[in-house]
Design a protein around this ligand. Structure first.
Ligand code: IGP
Length: 231
């Protein structure tokens, strides 16, 4: 039996760590190439060894340099529950997500009307994927609640601007009060320091999702460990 994505986060929290989900992201529209010669599969393995309870893999190719092949390789080689991060808008895409070995899938409120979001949410569950419903505004969080989401993300940046804006964890602090009751909350994007990760948790997040700050570190393992401290 594979571990569920959300259970892995809660287990890490119980063990006394701040659950940090590393985002395996090859490039960012804001920062450009993030790999700087590193192999993303090796980096995923290194972060798994450092204690990451779960991973996120961005598969969008044009702006983020990802691929489904990358997802497949990381799922096979790390055995961790993986979230597929992309701009998913069809049931077909959900099926592919499962085939490639993901446990969870990102559904972004901002990119689809509510009926489609609802359909994708239901289909994801049927296929055996845990949906992470991502919001950036109060309205979107309320929309996430209406889907019945148990796993909710607050994106501190605006994904519609391809995250070129400067987000701050303040977005999590402002919006956390509107999260669906009993949902597990993940604060995503623009978290750079241990203090910011801790601030997101104080604001109500159960876990944080961090890409750029880990990739920009000279020593990814050390940066990962520093961000996970202090629960
Ligand atoms: O690199 P950062 O600022 O730590 O952010 C990671 C992640 O949250 C961000 O890349 C992201 C959030 N939602 C997305 C949807 C698609 C692609 C990427 C994303």
């Amino acid at each position: 039996m594979n571990t569920r994505f959300s259970d892995a986060l809660l287990a890490r929290k119980k063990a006394g760590f701040l659950p940090v989900i590393p985002d395996i992201k090859c490039a960012s529209p804001k920062e450009g190439d993030l790999l700087r010669g590193r192999d993303p599969v090796e980096a995923a393995k290194l972060l798994a060894k450092a204690g990451a309870p779960a991973l996120s893999v961005v598969t969008e190719p044009k702006n983020f340099g990802g691929s489904l092949e990358l997802l497949e390789r990381i799922a096979a080689e790390t055995k961790l529950p993986i979230l597929r991060k992309d701009f998913i808008t069809s049931v077909e895409d959900l099926k592919l997500t499962k085939t490639c070995g993901a446990e969870a899938v990102l559904l972004i409120c901002a990119i689809q009307p509510f009926p489609l979001l609802m359909e994708l949410y239901g289909e994801a569950l049927k296929i055996g994927l845990e949906p992470l419903v991502e919001a950036h505004t109060k309205e979107e969080l309320i929309m996430a609640g209406k889907t019945g989401a148990k796993l909710v993300g607050i994106n501190n940046r605006n994904i519609l601007e391809l995250e070129k804006d400067d987000g701050t964890v303040y977005a999590t602090a402002l919006l956390a009060a509107y999260k669906p009751k009993d949902a597990i909350l993940i604060s995503e994007s623009s978290i750079q320091t241990p203090a910011q990760a801790q601030a997101a948790v104080r604001a109500g997040a159960d876990a944080v999702l961090i890409g750029t700050a880990i990739w920009q570190a000279e020593n990814m393992r050390e940066r990962y460990l520093a961000l996970s401290e202090g629960l």
